[in-house]
Write a protein that binds this ligand. Structure first.
Ligand SMILES: NC(=O)c1ccc[n+]([C@@H]2O[C@H](COP(=O)([O-])OP(=O)(O)OC[C@H]3O[C@@H](n4cnc5c(N)ncnc54)[C@H](O)[C@@H]3O)[C@@H](O)[C@H]2O)c1
Length: 447
C-alpha cells in the first residue's frame, strides 16, 4: 500500500519505518526541514534503539522516504496517518489540537481519490469528528474516511512494540476502512496480534483509558512506598506480592520519583479535562495527577533531607536525566522538578545522561554537565540516581567513595540493595524501604 505519515517524531518515524518494513511504500512528512534533511542524510533526529538500521534498510530498499512536501505525499497515498504532537495546551491543560487541525486542513487540500485519514496521535474523544468536519469543509465532495488508530508503543522499545503489539485498536465509522486498515496491519494480524475494531470515539477513549490506568498504578505504588517508609515495610516486596496476582500484574508497580515523559502527564490531564467538560469527573485520574505532580518536587526534598537538610553550596551529582532509560526524551522528566528543587535550595548540580544531554540543556535549570557517572560524582557531596540506565546498575562503589566528598547515594529507582551499598561505607536512601534493617532483613544482611 502507499502510505503517507504526517509528523516524523517518535511515533511517526517509528511507525513509518515499521510499516515500510512490512512491505508498504511509506513517505514520512515533517514541517521541520532540519529533521527531514537529517533523515535524508541517514541521521536519526531521536535516540531509539534499533531505529537507524531499520530506517537505513528500508530507505535502501526504496520503500521509505522523507519529505517536507505534504501535498505530493498525500496525493499519492491510499492511507494518510496523522502522527503530529498533541501537547498540553498552555494555561488549561486540555490537549492542544492545533497541530492535528492544521494537518487535517493541509491533508484535505491535497487529497486525490478515496483516502483513509488515520489519527495516530493521541487525541480526545470526538477529535475524529472534528477532523472529518475540517476535511469536509476544506474540500467539499472529497472522498475520504477518518479512522482512529491510537498508538501504544513505548519509547525505548518502540520498534518491538510496534511490530509485536498486545493489540491494535482501530476505530471506524465507514465500513470501507475496515478492509484497508486490515491490509495495513496484515503482517501483524498474521502474527496473531489482535485487531480490535471499534467505533471511532471508543478507540479514541481507549488510548486515554489505558494511559490513565497505568499512570494510576504508578501513583498508587508511589503512595504506598511512602506508607512503607513510615511503617517499616518494603515496597518492592509488597509490589511483588500484589503483582503476582494475575488480576493485578507486576508491571507499572515500580515505586520511583513519579511518572514523566511525553504521554502520561499530558494524557492524564487531558482525560481529566474531558471528564470535566462532559460533567463526568474522572476523580481517580484527577488524584493521580495531583499525587504525581507533588511527588517530583518531594523527591528533591528527599535528597536534601538525605544530605542533612541543607544543600546550599554543596555539589550533587545526578545520574539519569531522561524520563526513562533508552530514550533521549526529556519531556516532563521527573529530573526537571528534582533538579529545580535542588537548585532552588542552593545546590550545585552536576548531571549526566547517556543520551539525553542535548535535550536536557534545553529544559533544565542551569547546571553543570559531566561526561560520565564518575565525573558526575567526583567531589560531590551526594549522588542521586534518577533514571535507571543500564550503565548505572553496576557502579564501582570503591571508586565512587574515593572520588566523592561524602559517600551518600540516593537511589530513586531502587536499583541497589541497601546492605551492598552500606557495606561500602555509603549512606543510602531509596524509595519505600525501611530506613534501618530490622528483623529478618538485618539477619540476612549480617550473614
Ligand atoms: N512518544 C510516544 O512515546 C508516544 C506513544 C504513543 C502515542 N504518542 C502520541 O503520538 C503523537 C506524536 O507524538 P511524538 O512523541 O511522536 O511527537 P513529536 O513531537 O516527537 O513529533 C511530532 C512531529 O510532527 C511534526 N509536525 C507537526 N505539525 C505538522 C504538520 N502539519 N505537518 C507535518 N509535520 C508536522 C513536528 O515537526 C514533529 O516532528 C502525540 O499525540 C503523542 O501523544 C506518543
Amino acid at each position: 500500500m502507499r502510505i503517507a505519515i504526517i509528523g516524523s517524531g517518535y511515533v511517526g518515524l517509528v511507525s513509518g519505518a515499521c510499516l515500510a518494513d512490512f512491505g508498504h511504500h511509506v513517505t514520512c512528512v515533517d514541517l521541520d526541514e532540519q529533521k527531514v534533511s537529517a533523515l535524508r542524510a541517514g541521521r536519526m533526529p531521536i535516540y531509539e534503539p534499533g531505529l537507524e538500521p531499520l530506517v537505513a534498510g528500508n530507505v535502501a530498499d526504496g520503500r521509505l522516504s522523507f519529505t517536507t512536501d505534504l501535498d505530493a505525499a498525500v496525493a499519492d497515498a491510499e492511507v494518510v496517518f496523522v502522527a503530529v504532537g498533541t501537547p498540553s495546551r498552555r494555561g488549561d491543560g486540555h490537549a492542544d489540537l492545533s497541530f492535528v487541525h492544521a494537518a487535517a486542513a493541509s491533508i484535505a487540500a491535497a487529497l486525490t481519490g478515496f483516502t483513509i485519514v488515520v489519527t495516530k496521535s493521541t487525541v480526545p474523544v470526538g477529535t475524529g469528528d472534528a477532523v472529518e468536519r475540517i476535511i469536509g469543509e476544506t474540500r467539499p465532495g472529497a472522498d475520504f474516511a477518518v479512522v482512529s488508530n491510537p498508538e501504544f508503543l513505548r519509547e525505548g522499545s518502540a520498534i518491538e512494540d510496534f511490530k509485536r503489539p498486545d493489540r491494535i485498536v482501530i476505530g471506524i465509522e465507514d465500513e470501507r476502512a475496515r478492509e484497508i486498515m486490515s491490509e495495513v496491519y496484515r503482517p501483524l494480524y498474521l502474527n496473531q496480534a489482535p485487531l480490535l475494531f471499534t467505533d471511532r470515539r471508543t478507540a479514541e477513549l481507549t488510548k486515554y483509558a489505558a494511559n490513565a490506568f497505568l499512570a494510576m498504578k504508578v501513583a498508587f505504588i508511589n503512595e504506598l512506598a511512602d506508607l512503607c517508609e513510615k511503617t517499616g515495610a518494603d515496597v518492592q516486596d509488597v509490589a511483588r506480592g500484589m503483582g503476582l496476582d494475575n488480576r493485578i500484574g507486576q508491571k507499572f508497580l515500580n515505586a520511583g520519583p513519579g511518572y514523566g515523559g511525553s504521554c502520561f502527564p499530558k494524557d492524564t490531564l487531558a482525560l481529566v479535562k474531558t471528564g470535566q467538560d462532559h460533567d463526568s469527573p474522572m476523580r481517580l485520574v484527577e488524584t493521580t495527577v495531583a499525587i504525581n505532580e507533588q511527588r517530583k518536587r518531594a523527591m528533591g526534598r528527599k535528597v536534601i533531607a538525605a544530605c542533612g537538610g541543607d544543600v546550599r553550596g554543596r555539589t550533587i551529582g545526578v545520574l539519569g536525566l531522561t524520563f526513562k532509560p533508552n530514550t533521549d526524551d526529556m519531556r516532563d522528566s521527573p529530573a526537571i522538578a528534582i533538579i529545580q528543587a535542588l537548585v532552588d535550595a542552593g545546590a550545585k548540580v552536576r548531571g549526566y545522561d547517556p543520551e539525553g544531554m542535548a535535550a536536557a540543556r534545553e529544559v533544565l535549570a542551569p547546571i553543570d554537565y559531566a561526561d560520565g557517572p564518575y565525573s558526575a560524582a567526583a567531589g560531590a557531596d551526594a549522588l542521586v540516581l534518577v533514571t535507571e540506565w543500564n550503565e548505572f546498575r553496576s557502579l564501582d562503589f570503591a571508586k565512587l567513595k574515593q572520588d566523592m566528598a561524602a559517600p551518600v547515594l540516593i537511589d530513586l529507582r531502587n536499583v541497589y540493595r541497601r546492605h551492598e551499598v552500606e557495606a561500602h561505607g555509603f549512606a543510602y536512601e531509596c524509595i519505600g524501604k525501611p530506613a534501618r534493617l530490622a528483623g529478618a532483613g538485618a539477619r540476612k544482611a549480617a550473614e
